[in-house]
Write a protein that binds this ligand. Structure first.
Ligand code: MG
Length: 667
């Protein structure tokens, strides 16, 4: 076969007026195991000193390579593109880059791309630019349309990024004394462009890009060598800079598994793959509690962790090494899915606890379908994957996850169910918020008492002010002291009784140095909730019991400390707070954020009591109902005299229901 041979430096005229040198990088032949089956010709040319022909031969090898793929692209001739991806691809042709969902419309990075442009000083915006989220969509656009402009521009941007984002590391001392401002700027930029999480993201996505673009005429033998050298540098960077813990480490491990599996021709590929497997096998035991909860106690990162563990299984399945994951790993992933399914609401969305965002049913259905293929015997997952057409629901209703501290009360699984999810766990990792005792409630088609969410992660002072607002203890459905954040977040479960007419959770958090918060939740007749909050200890000052109200028509009365809703959708509630004499009610501006950088206003209400005695005690009755308006009439009072360490007794009457005595004694 006649081959076109380029020698030396090949200059390609690229988009705009810029030129980017694509050089044959001979060092690639040192990085590859030339004894790998299929590389015989590459080795022969290289040994003859003809690296140009070796590169041509290497590209031929990759173009005809079979049997290795990633879960994203299993049949290259069947790839599709959706409208959103098409837009990202087209926008990218003009250097308008989809860097972050929270910053839409996307920013333009200039004809001569400025990879350091940082229009809003939110770290995420600058970090995530370096994930190149529009690259794979450009590949899909190229495959679907056959239009080479996408491939040409991708190669251009890929090389432009390499040129303008050198990996420069200077340590703190050197940083202060270096006079080289360019070096300083490059080092500063490296903190964003080469953060291991971003590097790992590229490591994964470049496997996808590689499959999509390799057929292009712009994917030249020289570019292949540039690509592989750059890819290798990425993998080596991760191997030397693993994140210490948390979801970052999981992401990195799963993506190293990709790297080692997708490019087995690299000399270190086996160790990359093995490192990924070892870390995942180790971390799944560290990061996932025995009840299936992930230790950041954040439904969103819980979901992301499932995705990581599942992707690792998928790539193992596709490339024939699933047996490197023990059965305990597979069982844990299944437990995580069951955990998530339990704390989710009937519309497939999750509570907005910690830094969680709202999922959509469309995305979750796809997830359950994927998971059901991996766990075909799990009838619960099958039920959710098929919206109840197949499979079965669990035999239980209410369910507690005692190690993670997630408790679910429910009277059914359907849209019309009443469900409450309480979060009261151990100290959580980074994405966890100081919110022990908080809850969300579902009733008849809608989530009520929704968590405020997170809005934004980290950045300059203005960004941090917003982050801290959403994290604040006082902006949850729980109790604060002096409206300060919890000093300790380490709840203990004193009682969990998930069955019977009156179901009970008693959870206690040593919230502040001199103030402990005990919350008792009674789920009465599957119809309503009674929450008793007891704040005790030596602390003197204001105790604030907070609830977050839904948007819309929510009338209230200071006279009797009631709130109720006037909604037409059949999902309403009335609640009344019974506190000690002198209790005041305060209404303040609240917010809810269901996705990054999106927020809408609502009402935060608190019931405030000046604590100058041993304990302050509240009873809140929450009565969900179909009809709007201020009903039913309710009353509640303590029967016991003051706080008791091991018991509680109160009496509640709601509407025409009979008077109920609610009580427990702890062992
Ligand atoms: Mg929150």
């Amino acid at each position: 076969m006649k081959k076109t041979i380029f020698t030396g430096v090949v200059l390609c005229l690229m988009a705009g007026s810029a030129m980017h040198a694509q050089q044959l990088r001979p060092e690639v032949f040192d990085l590859l195991n030339l004894d790998y089956p299929g590389l015989e010709q590459v080795k022969a040319y290289h040994n003859e000193g003809n690296d140009s022909l070796a590169a041509v031969s290497l590209l031929d090898y990759y173009k005809s390579r079979t049997g290795i793929c990633t879960p994203e692209i299993q049949k290259i001739d069947r790839v599709k593109i959706n409208k959103e991806q098409q837009k990202w691809a087209d926008d990218a042709l003009n250097h308008t880059f989809f860097a972050h969902q929270g910053y839409q419309p996307s920013f333009n990075y200039g004809q001569d791309i400025d990879w350091r442009y940082w229009p809003v000083k939110d770290n995420e915006l600058r970090w995530q630019l370096h994930r190149h989220k529009w690259f794979a969509p450009m590949g899909y656009a190229y495959r679907v349309s056959g239009d080479e402009k996408y491939a040409k521009e991708w190669v251009y941007q890929y090389m432009d990024w390499i040129k303008k984002n050198p990996l420069v590391k200077i340590d703190k001392g050197e940083y202060e004394i270096t006079a080289d401002s360019q070096l300083k700027a490059d080092a500063e930029n490296s903190r964003f462009a080469w953060r291991p999480l971003e590097v790992s993201h590229r490591l994964q996505d470049q496997c996808i890009q590689f499959q999509l673009f390799i057929s292009s005429k712009y994917f030249t033998p020289e570019f292949l060598t540039e690509f592989l050298v750059n890819y290798h540098k990425h993998a080596v960077h991760i191997m030397g800079n693993w994140s210490k813990q948390g979801n970052h480490l999981l992401f990195e491990a799963q993506r190293m598994l990709y790297a080692g599996s997708f490019f087995p021709e690299f000399k270190e590929a086996d160790s990359w793959r093995q490192s990924g497997i070892d870390i995942l096998n180790r971390e799944i035991k560290v990061q996932v509690y025995d009840d299936g909860g992930q230790y950041e106690l954040d439904p969103h990162y819980h979901l992301a962790s499932i995705d990581i563990f599942v992707k690792a299984l998928q790539i193992a399945d596709l490339n024939g090494f699933r047996d490197e994951f023990p059965q305990s790993y597979i069982d844990t992933v299944e437990k995580m899915i069951v955990f998530y399914a339990n704390i989710s609401f009937p519309d497939y969305t999750n509570p907005l606890f910690s830094d969680a965002k709202l999922t959509t049913k469309r995305v979750m259905l796809r997830n359950y379908q994927k998971w059901s293929r991996i766990f075909p015997d799990n009838q619960f997952i099958k039920y959710l994957a098929t919206e109840g057409k197949e499979g079965t629901l669990p035999e239980y209703l209410s369910k507690g996850f005692l190690t993670s501290g997630f408790f679910v009360f429910r009277n059914g699984w359907g849209d019309d169910a009443l469900q409450m999810v309480v979060k009261a766990g151990p100290k959580g990792e980074w994405h966890c918020q100081p919110d022990n005792g908080t809850f969300e409630m579902w009733y008849n088609g809608k989530t009520l008492f929704q968590d405020s969410g997170s809005y934004v992660y980290a950045g300059d002072a203005e960004v941090m002010e917003w982050r801290n607002w959403f994290r604040a203890t006082a902006h949850h459905n729980t109790l604060a002291f002096g409206n300060k954040d919890l000093e300790t977040t380490q709840s203990k479960t004193l009682l969990w009784q998930p069955e019977g007419d009156v179901q009970i959770l008693v959870t206690e958090n040593p919230s502040y140095r001199k103030l402990t918060h005990r919350r008792s939740v009674f789920f009465v007749d599957g119809k309503y909730f009674v929450i008793v909050d007891e704040a005790f200890g030596d602390a003197k000052g204001w105790v604030n019991l907070h609830y977050q109200m839904p948007r819309g028509d929510v009338p209230n009365s200071r006279e009797d400390m009631t709130f109720y809703t006037n909604f037409e959708d059949g999902s309403n509630f009335m609640f009344q707070c019974f506190g000690p004499e002198g209790m005041s009610m305060k209404k303040e501006k609240g917010w809810i954020s269901t996705s990054y950088m999106k927020k809408v206003q609502r009402m935060d209400v608190s019931f405030n009591v000046k604590k100058d005695v041993d304990a302050v005690r509240y009873i809140t009755v929450i009565y969900p109902k179909e009809t709007a308006g201020k009903e039913p009439k309710m009353s509640a009072k303590f029967i016991d005299k003051g706080f008791h360490d091991n018991a509680l007794k109160l009496q509640v009457k709601v509407g025409k229901d009979k008077k109920r005595v609610l009580e427990y004694t702890l062992d």
